[in-house]
Design a protein around this ligand. Structure first.
Ligand code: GLY
Ligand code: MN
Ligand code: MN
Length: 442
């Protein structure tokens, strides 16, 4: 187990300097003198005066851990201390933000604003600025020079894959928090709780409101484990519980953990399969090294999966043939993983350079979100699965390979749904550091 420093406060200054350099470099291509980044605006439900949960602009939270203050702005001009226009409206319906006094404030010039007009009066010549945010109408109204220019975004997004020490610390802490939840969820599963109860015990253990989680947790019992992004929480536990798949994260300063575990109630075939997939997941992580393309790693995982299918006599076919004929896709129809950071599925997974050129996912594996070459300081997930998805199994049953499949065994496994084991990996000094196992073992 290699430890990652979790001293976020002492690492922040250096992080900010690196982020500033990244954005300054991106500005060079735009011939602009600064960048204006809004935190975002509240969005309202149709014909309603209630807003959806606020989700901060990821470009804003790259700079500082403020995630809950809409209509604030960052103004960065090269060579200057960054300016935060911090929204503190006069409002007796809501509680305005109090003056920030966290570890990051001394690196910033902070000005309080009461309104958007207030903000527009403090940005100087708008024509000289690049705007990076969703409020494009506002940017046009203010006369901002360039709005979300692609060259700028490509440069910044590409760099975001390589994490600063501060970001690695946040990601390790997010994993540490999420693992508390995973422990509570396993306990709830063993007690026979419903999906709804498991989800609430998870949230209580990580002390997050649902909207603070980086994504809605997937909590599936039995055949629901086979629904890749299962979105409900049944309030009633099944009469008999066989399995739990929980894909649930946590948030630290805007950085996401994204962890999946699968559990079985009884000893038997499904538990043995979980153990086999766990072994293969750890083995594929051991193969990770800089210079390897992630798409090749994905293909290697399919070969490993084919080995499991063969060892358990689920499919009677040479492993290479199973991969070649794409039979393994039936059992693993999603990608091996994705970049992780400010967003759960972080940007630029297909991008091959700061200029924005992309390498598409292989035709055979269209769901793969990551085709970059593995480099130091990248953080990504490794999340192989083995699912029994009735829709895909029906197709296999009608294919030329149907006779090589042990359908009796499959019928036995369908009620257990499927398996996913997902860890978060940081590449450091040429080696994969498993942030998730660090947390489980810590
Ligand atoms: N939680 C979604 C995923 O693992 O990609
Ligand atoms: Mn994931
Ligand atoms: Mn996940």
């Amino acid at each position: 187990m290699q430890e990652i420093s979790i001293e976020v406060e002492s690492l922040y200054k250096d992080h900010l300097a690196q982020i500033q350099r990244r954005y300054e470099k991106a500005l060079e291509s735009c011939q602009s003198s600064g960048v204006l980044i809004p935190s975002g605006s509240l969005k309202y439900a149709f014909l309603d005066d209630h807003s959806y949960p606020f989700k901060v602009n990821p470009h804003f939270k790259t700079w500082l851990p403020v995630e809950d203050n809409d209509e604030s702005f960052i103004l960065m001009r090269p060579g200057e201390k960054p300016l935060l226009l911090f929204n503190q409206p006069e409002d007796y319906w809501h509680q305005p933000a109090s003056d920030p006094d966290d570890f990051w404030v001394e690196e910033w010039e902070i000005q309080s604003i009461r309104s958007l007009i207030d903000a527009s009066n403090r940005i100087g010549d708008p024509r000289s600025l690049v705007f990076v945010g969703e409020e494009t109408d506002l940017a046009r109204e203010w006369g901002i020079g360039q709005i979300n220019p692609q060259t700028f975004l490509s440069e910044v997004h590409y760099g975001r894959a390589n994490k600063t020490d501060y970001e690695l610390a946040c990601l390790q802490i997010a994993n540490n928090i999420a693992v508390q939840g995973h422990r509570a969820a396993e306990e709830a599963f063993r007690l026979g709780c419903s999906e709804f109860e498991i989800q609430h015990r998870y949230l209580a253990a990580i002390a997050h409101r649902e909207k603070e989680s980086p994504y809605s947790a997937i909590v599936g019992l039995n055949e629901h484990c086979a629904i890749l992004h299962y979105q409900h929480y049944d309030r009633q536990a099944p009469t008999t519980t066989y399995s739990l798949l929980i894909d649930a994260g946590a948030n630290k300063n805007g950085y996401a953990a994204d962890i999946t575990r699968t559990y079985a109630t009884g000893n038997g075939l499904f538990r043995d399969l979980i153990n086999a997939m766990n072994k293969q997941q750890l083995a594929i992580i051991d193969e990770i090294q800089p210079g390897l393309n992630y798409a090749d790693l994905h293909e290697k995982m399919h070969l490993r999966l084919a080995g499991v299918l063969r060892d358990f006599q689920i499919v009677d076919m040479e492993e290479a043939d199973m991969v070649e004929s794409n039979l393994t896709f039936t059992f693993l129809p999603h990608g091996l993983g994705h970049l992780l950071g400010l967003q759960t599925h972080d940007v630029a997974g297909l991008q091959q350079s700061p200029r924005g050129d992309e390498k598409a996912a292989p035709e055979k594996y269209p769901a793969l979100r990551l085709t970059r070459t593995i480099e130091n300081r990248q953080v990504f997930t490794i999340e192989p699965g083995l699912y029994f998805i009735p829709m895909l199994l029906n197709k296999l049953r009608q294919s030329a390979h149907a006779s090589q499949v042990n359908w009796q065994l499959i019928e036995e496994l369908v009620p257990c749904g499927g398996i996913r084991i997902e860890d978060n990996i940081a590449m450091l000094e040429g080696r994969p550091i498993n942030l998730t196992r660090n947390a489980f073992d810590g």
